[in-house]
Design a protein around this ligand. Sequence first.
Ligand code: LLP
Length: 429
Amino acid sequence: MKFETNDEGHLTIGGCDALTLAAQFGTPAYVYDVAQIRGQMRAFAQVFEQHHVQYAVSYASKAFATVAMYQVAAQEHAHVDVVSGGELYTAQAAQFPMANVSFHGNNKSEAELKQALAAGVGTIIIDNFHELTLLAALLKQTPQRVQDVMLRVTPGISAHTHAYDQTGQTDSKFGFDVDSGQAKAAATQVLANPQLHLLGIHAHIGSQIFEVAGFVAATKRLLAILTDWHETLAFTPSVLNLGGGFGIQYTDQDDPLPAERFITAILETISAADLPFAVPAVWIEPGRAIVGAAGYQLYTVGSRKDVPGLAPFVAVDGGMGDNIRPALYQAKYEAVAAKDPAAPATETVRLVGKYCESGDILIDQAPPPHLTAGAVIAVLATGAYGYSMASNYNRNPRPAVVFAENGQAKLVVRRESFSDLIQNDLSYL
Ligand code: LLP
């Protein structure tokens, strides 16, 4: 795994010494290298620019949704997708341009749809007939209003990834089924409603995908659907949205393609197709590929338990509450010592958290050296689905989030306090 060091050999994040960051902001903390986030967004945009294709890089904010992150996305002229009233609220608080927001979700509530309409969300990605009916009814209250929408379809393609991360196969809760005619029936309904303006279709085939084949197949499938709708429904698409899912490196065992390669494969598939309509704008929704590698989790080492004949347990001051992915998905990570990240391992340990579960193992058989009490370690590539999936399990306050860029570090989410933990608790006395 790649990381940067300073003259003292310490790990640096965004040009800041990780030991200094730990001292200044405490641990556990999520630290983001903001230049790396910007770089990923720009790398995606650049591929589209090179191909002279209309596009939107829509950051899937479920990967990491905070006011500061929406602000950075806005600075980079990215779009964002939100999947809940809470994400939308956070984007609103960040004054993110609402025209560049897409609203996803397989069970958007009436309140969420109202919130989206009131906010002026650019695109609502309709997932099912229930939502279509709700949205049409809400729009009737403002008869002049026309809302841009897309239809999410289930393209019947399984990506090679963890079962929980697959979304494109036919047996998925997301989107309109294509083969049974659901998607076309939905398109017919949308096209008949003058208050709904259909931009095109959307598919998301899964997450942490390492091969282009699934995206090529999905692109072909979506283009075939659009060709059919063009011929039979007289619909001309303006957007083709291929979702996210581009895989990243978590450990030296992972060998992902550069994220841009996925886009090239998609664009080549589109240009090779014989389309009866002009090439639509291509939208993508990367989450992990934008923030994953840019995030570092800083922890301080505490207790150690030696187990005869087995690797010792070394515990840190966080764990499954701030990063559930190892426990939930058996996700693999690598950690380095902030003081000397390049030093070779001296022993193999099991890096565990402080939560009251045996499954609270952050890294099984982690080899970072010098894991004595008080040492600061950084778990690498924890920027996606880490903080956003954090909980208060065991009544642990969620960690601080720090943005580091050009040697400057700024707190962007303060560490929760004990009083935060009970702010919604009401007395029963
Ligand atoms: N678009 C849609 C419609 C999605 O459902 C998702 C992710 C994305 C885009 C972004 O996918 P990405 O580029 O980040 O792979 N919690 C799991 C990942 C769940 C992904 C859900 N949908 C994990 O930690 O691996």
